[in-house]
Design a protein. Structure first.
Length: 339
């Protein structure tokens, strides 16, 4: 009987090992050729994809050429693959929220972000007032407008100028270069940000804002007006994939322990009220911006960045979602798929 049990155990272990080996072999190897092929295929496949419109509530964004389209991938070991309009500098917009969150987390710690800002999904549009009113603790996610402005106010600095220097420095570390502010975009956003100012004052009235309201909203608006290209975003997102180390410059930008926390907020709120659809189809953290950019992060492996201005109704790049989903699927990068 003991021999029978031993043989049975050996048989089960062998079957488990074979099954595991087959599962690992079922995914295409993540080679340079495979990545380059996936990027090029995604570009060609969705180059003429219809649907979506440029953001019209910010005049500058409405005037961007809707045919612009570029894809960049940055691996955790520093290889970059590009195709299309990857050098065109567009408004980073809400993708900036991810990196201001990283700065605030470095300043205050992960627990303070959860306690003072909140990390749960709102399930509502990115500029929702109702989301604030319905939450008894007035907690909001750092990746919606309300939470992002509160996060900006949470960054430690003696004054507005010092805070901007900190923001500018960490963005430069993430990107590996000093990003420019697009002055026309900054002016356009400043002239149309009355709703954001109202949201910030509402948070302030509930004790959920932590610095001068007008100055914090201005800095938030300025950070959203950074000019970035698809390659920049791939490297910035690749830094999160590489445990806080810029894969190109090798500079330590943030503590490794904060990367999973930041990626968690992207999984819950990265594409606003359509985040569930995104995660359902990709299984990876993502973040969009109404300037037409979108990033996707696969921890330990790579990051994808796509730029294409036409947006869906939730404010996410139509082509960006299609291309990123295709690359994730083609390379077997879905973190929730154990096959």
């Amino acid at each position: 009987m003991k021999k029978m049990n031993a043989l049975f155990c050996v048989l089960i272990c062998t079957l488990l090992f074979v099954n595991s080996t087959l599962a690992q072999k079922s995914k295409a190897p993540l080679t340079e050729a495979a990545i380059r092929s996936a990027v090029n295929e995604a570009y060609e496949k969705f180059k003429s994809a219809p649907g979506g419109e440029n953001a019209s509530y910010i005049p500058y964004l409405a005037g961007v050429d809707p045919k612009l389209y570029g894809i960049a991938v940055c691996t955790a070991d520093g290889k970059v693959y590009e195709v299309g309009d990857t050098k065109y500098e567009f408004g980073i917009e809400s993708i900036s929220k991810v990196f201001v969150l990283a700065l605030a987390m470095e300043d205050r710690g992960a627990q303070a972000i959860q306690d003072s800002i909140g990390v749960n999904a709102t399930g509502m549009p990115f500029n929702s007032v109702l989301a604030i009113e319905l939450e008894p603790a007035r907690a909001v996610n750092p990746l919606v407008n309300a939470g992002a402005m509160a996060t900006n106010s949470f960054v430690k600095a003696p004054n507005s100028a010092a805070k901007w220097t900190k923001i500018d420095d960490i963005f430069a570390k993430f990107a590996g270069r000093r990003l420019p502010v697009i002055d026309k975009l900054y002016a356009s956003e400043t002239a149309t940000n009355q709703h954001n100012r109202a949201i910030a004052w509402l948070l302030y009235s509930y004790g959920r804002f932590y610095d001068n309201v007008d100055e914090s909203v201005d800095l938030y608006t300025k950070a959203c007006s950074y000019g970035s290209n698809a390659r920049d975003l791939a490297v910035m997102a690749g830094t999160l994939a590489n445990n806080g180390v810029n894969p190109i410059t090798k500079q330590h930008v943030i503590k490794a322990e904060y990367c999973p926390k930041i990626l968690a907020t992207m999984i819950t709120e990265g594409l606003y009220d359509s985040t569930g659809d995104w995660v359902y189809h990709t299984g990876v953290p993502g973040k969009s911006g109404v300037g037409g950019g979108i990033i996707a992060v696969v921890p330990g492996k790579l990051a994808i960045a796509v730029f294409a201005p036409p947006l869906d109704k939730a404010g996410n790049s139509v082509k960006g979602q299609l291309a990123a989903k295709y690359i994730v699927d083609k390379l077997g990068l879905n973190l929730l798929d154990g096959r």
